[in-house]
Design a protein around this ligand. Sequence first.
Ligand SMILES: *Cc1c(COP(=O)(O)O)cnc(C)c1O
Length: 396
Amino acid sequence: MKYIYLDNAATTQVAPEVLEAMTPFFTEFYGNPSSIYSFAGESKKAVEDARTKIAGYIGAKPEEIYFTGGGSESDNWALKATAEAYANKGKHIITSTIEHHAILHTCEYLEKHGFEVTYVNVDENGIVKLDELEAAIRPDTILISIMAANNEIGSIQPIAEIGKIAKEHNIFFHTDAVQAFAHIPLHVDEMHIDMLSASGHKINGPKGIGFMYIRKGIKSGSFIHGGAQERRRRAGTHNVPGIVGMAKAAELAVNAMEDRMEYERKLRDHLISRVLEEIPYSRLNGHRTNRLPNNANFCFRFIEGESMLILLDQKGICASSGSACTSGSLDPSHVLLAIGLPHEIAHGSLRLTLSEQTTMEEIDYTVDELKKIIERLRSMSPLYEDFVKKQNQNTK
Ligand SMILES: *Cc1c(COP(=O)(O)O)cnc(C)c1O
């Protein structure tokens, strides 16, 4: 069976060029980059080349890039290690209500350990309210952590403005850029970013590899204790194939960025127009244009998200109702609640995230099937039946 894969915010397919770049580091150059003999030099060189490449894509220096086990680890590191290193300066952190759970759950952990966290609200489009953010700053605020782009509704945050506010107040600024890195332009100096998290598997690279940018001069203790790898800050034998693969994926994505954004936007806008025009009682979540080029997120009234996903799956369509981490639980998405949707509407959400492999035919097939599925589910819904009855009475 052929799948239509519209869940690229959850993970992506490894590009053939990425796999090709990685393979020799499993089979041929398997040396440990920390070893002395020249055979290991190939691995070491590959790791350092990857570091230089990745640094270049965000305007950083190679020695400011630290390889990690993925986006979640980078997020944990940014918050926990900064909190620990600067606890004597203050114990207050600012973040937003729509962050990924890698940030939110780490904040909860820190709250249990003596830190205070302010969760800044977003507007109805899922954009962080800058006036609220600035008002939340206190003399003991040490860190602001706001994501670059949201993984559920795709809203792109005003990162440069947030960076400026943080800098003016002499507070560190971390951004979870897992959905943004190599998807949209980022520059750590122009945007006053002090720390940045990214991940390989969201950019057609391998899973289980990520990186963290830490601006030179920022104190950050060892996050993983052990060997002296990564300037003694993150111990553990380098995941050489992963690092090589992530750098290759970043190279491909950055070089193709303009064209890909244009292509995905065209598909996304067609998808959004068709859904809103052809499916009654549907709404788009997030800003119409200020969103990731590959992201569409809808709510359908009188529909339960999980049933929609199961029926889409039967048609070979891979979609999600929020983030992969929240599906499986019955709680509505915290992001949809944060943009002001009531529980019963937030329950009927659908996220479709495209890739450059997605075709217009796949989009049209998906909308055609979705229309039928929603009609079918509504025809079985007593709530919908009541609603239609009331509508009819009102128009009489
Ligand atoms: C996927 C994702 C993460 C987690 O990254 P992993 O590499 O899967 O650990 C963190 N933040 C955002 C915004 C994400 O989309």
